[in-house]
Design a protein. Structure first.
Lengths: 168, 660
């Protein structure tokens, strides 16, 4: 993907994000996929729904096009169904949309160099935390205990509290 | 006049906070008792001042004082009284005042009921609490003044976003804030302990009840928000891993970890450094969460830059609070030495494993939520949505939930795994039978979901196995079991309920995700359709008028095997003041499943787009969450906290102790 088109896309997205609250106020909340958009073939429609759930309505806040009532989501739902009717595979449909809107449209980020860090983050965090715990356990392994002695003042407080608690 | 008094009270509170932040700390460092003693009255006065300011704001909203800008922007004279009041925190400025009100309330509670805290610790903790309050008060007074007047008062206001005019959402923020801000106490105690250079079991005993209280409020607040999303947003979604939701989930995960690690400090004088760090992290997540939501930085970088003063102030506050406390931690933490030793296979080890999973989970949510922001800094735009979090969370949580029921059965210091396993074989058996029965009943279905339900059964039964054993359930006469139950510590009962509640939540999530049925269709009056054994008959739409909206109300008859069960009335409401419409779904629940109806667009000739869903076990998500909260509250009443927590006079505490 060319660098300049990426820049243009980000600008467009930011512009959309800015405008979205204004544009969407009259159509909120969402009512999701409409009956008249749906395909007659149940198998094809099921595939369309599944694909729609993974595509972000790029003008909304974190909604898939399947859930959103925005016009753009409506257009994308129609587009997805048109591609399916034309005989595209699921991957081809998604690729078709990604070619136009970029990775931003995928709710599940693709695995590629830009996102390696994201996808590896759970494993990295788990290893890091595991290593810290292993170190701690090595240092604190043992069955004996060495409680710190109480200071005289603390002992007096403990006695007072215990006494107060036992006495009716 | 009242408005100006409120404004003045807020400014006064700033000065009181300044005094409370500086003098008691100085006194504690130098050992000057009168200065330390200042902290308590200062915290109480500060709370009263902020309360005054808050009430002044409420007054302006209730009386629809349209000379106040905030009221003009967020209220309307025709709005029902309830939403006039909740409109106070339905906006940036007002919600910040509520935030500080809760912050100072906690400070005042520690001041009032913390009579048996060591004077130094109390003075330092209250001083740290005041530093946080000072930051927020300045933020409000300087950049987000709720008391600004307008020169030409309009005849009426702009109204509150209709979506927010709902009891579920109206009380969602106060509970969320009680949770967020409640962690400030743990934070203040942690920073105070770092300044003192001393953390001991007594410290943990003071901190834990406050953390538990905050945790209960946060759990309830999150559940309430998710319930609201479920019935209000109109497609039955309850959690979409939205940045705003994640912002509340991160402190919950960190707070839950803190709750567990503090037990180890209290009982075994170990994991001190980690617990102090968790206390700092839990509140830092709360701060980040508040600001992420409030500043809008996550939905748009530009919303942040819209008001540079606010943006810079927020960054500064975050840097000082989080950076400062972490720097102090780096300097002082090495001095905290653990004395309790244990082998990996022990109660301590189990709690450590709990902390491993919960903190990694919090880290994953944090990283995933902020990743798009990092990526966009490098010119790559990406979304991290529900599919990512569901996948990663599923993988991370499965081993955690499998191991969870073992935890409470392990002995301190050194445990016998075989012994623990033997004690819950029964739970394992029940879970396995549940899974197989389900497989048989449903004849297939997603294997992962069946595994998930088995896991939920394992959690629920496993949670109760320990208590069942303790009271010799079914092995002793019921009366004997009952009297044994009464002697089980409340903390143990609370834990049992909380863990069992988690299992119920998991069951709800799994079933509602995997076996959801839906019908999206155009219906004409008189037409009916079938879903999950129900028959739904559409009778038509009528016009209804509410106090500040007009609605189209659908009439549906739900029946099963020819017998009428219920009439459901989903609505589409139109709010003329904001020119906005909302959908009000209609839900019929059996406790084991929800029939969920949404009225869609008019299709001409009286025909309507209609969405019908059946969400099996969906109510379990919120019932389970409420059970978790009840567990937390029962645990709070445990006898041992009445020694640590705060009783002003000796007599009631002793009496309560004797009667328990």
């Amino acid at each position: 993907m060319a660098q300049d088109s990426g820049w243009l896309r980000s600008t467009l997205i930011v512009a959309w994000l800015l405008l979205a609250p204004v544009l969407l106020t009259n159509s909120w909340p969402a009512a999701a996929v409409e009956p008249k958009e749906m395909l007659a073939d149940p198998a094809l429609e099921a595939r369309a729904r599944e694909i729609s759930r993974g595509l972000r309505c790029v003008v909304c806040q974190n909604e898939s096009i399947d859930e959103s009532d925005a016009d753009l989501a409506h257009d994308l739902r129609i587009l997805v169904r048109e591609r399916l009717v034309a005989g595209d595979s699921d991957e081809q449909v998604v690729q078709f949309i990604v070619d136009r809107y970029g990775d931003f449209v995928l709710l599940r980020p693709p695995v590629k160099p830009e996102t390696y860090l994201l996808w590896a983050s759970p494993a990295i965090l788990l290893l890091l935390a595991g290593a810290i715990i292993a170190l701690y356990l090595r240092r604190h392994r043992g069955a004996g205990t060495m409680p710190q002695p109480l200071t005289a003042e603390e002992q007096a407080r403990v006695d007072a509290l215990l006494k107060a608690d036992v006495d009716p | 006049m009242i408005v100006e008094l409120g404004h003045f009270a807020l400014i006064l509170a700033c000065f009181v906070a300044l005094i409370q932040a500086a003098l008691p700390l100085w006194g504690a460092q130098r050992g000057i008792a009168p200065l330390m003693a200042l902290a308590r009255p200062a915290a109480q006065i500060q709370f009263l001042l902020v309360l005054g300011a808050f009430l002044a704001l409420v007054h302006a909203f209730v009386t629809s004082d349209f000379s106040v800008n905030l009221v003009v922007q967020n209220s309307h004279s025709l709005k029902p009284l309830l939403y006039k009041i909740t409109g106070v925190w339905g906006n940036h400025e007002g919600s910040m005042v509520l935030w500080v009100l809760i912050l100072t309330l906690f400070g005042a509670l520690v001041a009032t009921f913390g009579g048996n805290l060591p004077a130094g610790l109390q003075a330092r903790a209250l001083s740290v609490q005041a530093m946080i309050a000072l930051g927020f008060l300045l933020f409000i007074v300087v950049t987000s003044n709720p008391f600004l007047r307008v020169l030409q008062p309009p005849a009426d206001g702009h109204g509150l976003n209709p979506v927010l005019q709902d009891p579920g959402l109206a009380f969602h923020p106060p509970f969320l804030y009680l949770g967020y801000v409640g962690f400030s106490i743990a934070f203040s105690f942690a920073v105070a302990a770092l300044i003192e250079g001393r953390v001991d079991p007594a410290w943990a005993r003071w901190v834990r009840p406050w953390t538990l209280l905050a945790w209960c409020a946060l759990t309830f607040g999150i559940a309430m928000g998710s319930w609201w999303a479920y019935y209000e947003l109109g497609w039955g979604g309850w959690w979409s891993w939205d940045p705003v939701e994640n912002a509340s989930f991160m402190p919950w995960l960190a707070g839950t970890a803190l709750l567990h690690s503090a037990i180890v400090v209290e009982k075994r004088d170990a994991l001190k450094i980690w617990t102090v760090l968790l206390a700092i992290i839990a509140f830092s997540f709360s701060l980040i969460g508040t600001f992420l939501v409030r500043s809008g930085v996550l939905s748009s970088v530009h919303a942040f830059a819209n008001d540079p003063a606010r943006g810079i102030f927020i960054l500064l506050l975050l840097t000082i609070a989080i950076g400062g406390s972490l720097a102090l931690f780096a300097v002082r933490a090495p001095a905290l030495k653990d004395s309790g030793l244990f082998t990996p296979l022990s109660r301590e080890g189990g709690l450590l494993l709990n902390n491993l999973f919960l903190s990694v989970a919090a880290g994953v949510v944090f990283f995933g939520t902020l990743f798009p922001l990092f990526a966009s800094a490098f010119g790559y735009t990406v979304s991290v949505g529900a599919p990512f979090f569901n996948l990663v969370f599923g993988i991370l949580m499965t081993p955690f939930l499998c191991l969870l029921p073992f935890g409470p059965l392990l002995a301190w210091k050194r445990a016998d795994l075989l012994g623990a396993a033997q004690r819950i074989w029964f739970a394992g058996l029940v879970a396995a039978v549940a899974v197989i029965l389900l497989l048989y009943m449903i004849n297939g279905g997603p294997a992962l979901a069946i595994f998930g339900l088995g896991l939920a059964a394992w959690l629920i039964v496993g949670a109760f196995a320990d208590v069942a054993e303790r009271i010799k359930l079914f092995r002793a006469p019921p009366a004997a079991s009952w009297s044994r139950l009464r002697s089980v510590p409340r903390a143990t009962l609370g834990m049992t309920l909380a863990h069992g509640g988690l299992g119920i939540v998991i069951a709800g999530i799994v079933a509602a995700s995997a076996w959801r049925a839906e019908q999206i269709l155009v219906m004409r009056p008189g037409q009916s359709t079938d879903i999950s054994g129900y028959s739904v008959l559409f009778q038509g739409v009528s016009q209804v008028d509410g106090p500040n909206y007009s609605a189209e109300r659908g009439e549906f008859v739900v029946s099963r095997d020819g017998a009428e069960l219920a009439r459901l009335h989903p609505e589409k409401r139109f709010y003329p003041v904001q020119a906005q419409s909302t959908t009000e779904s209609a839900i019929r629940t059996t406790g084991f499943g929800d029939l969920y109806l949404v009225l869609g667009e008019d299709q001409g000739d009286g025909a309507r787009a209609v969405r019908i869903y059946h969400n099996p076990l969906a109510p379990w998500m919120w019932v389970g969450a409420v059970i978790m909260v009840i567990g937390g509250l029962i645990s709070l009443t445990d006898r041992r906290y009445r020694i640590g927590v705060p009783s002003r006079r000796r007599a009631p505490s002793a009496a309560a102790g004797a009667s328990a």
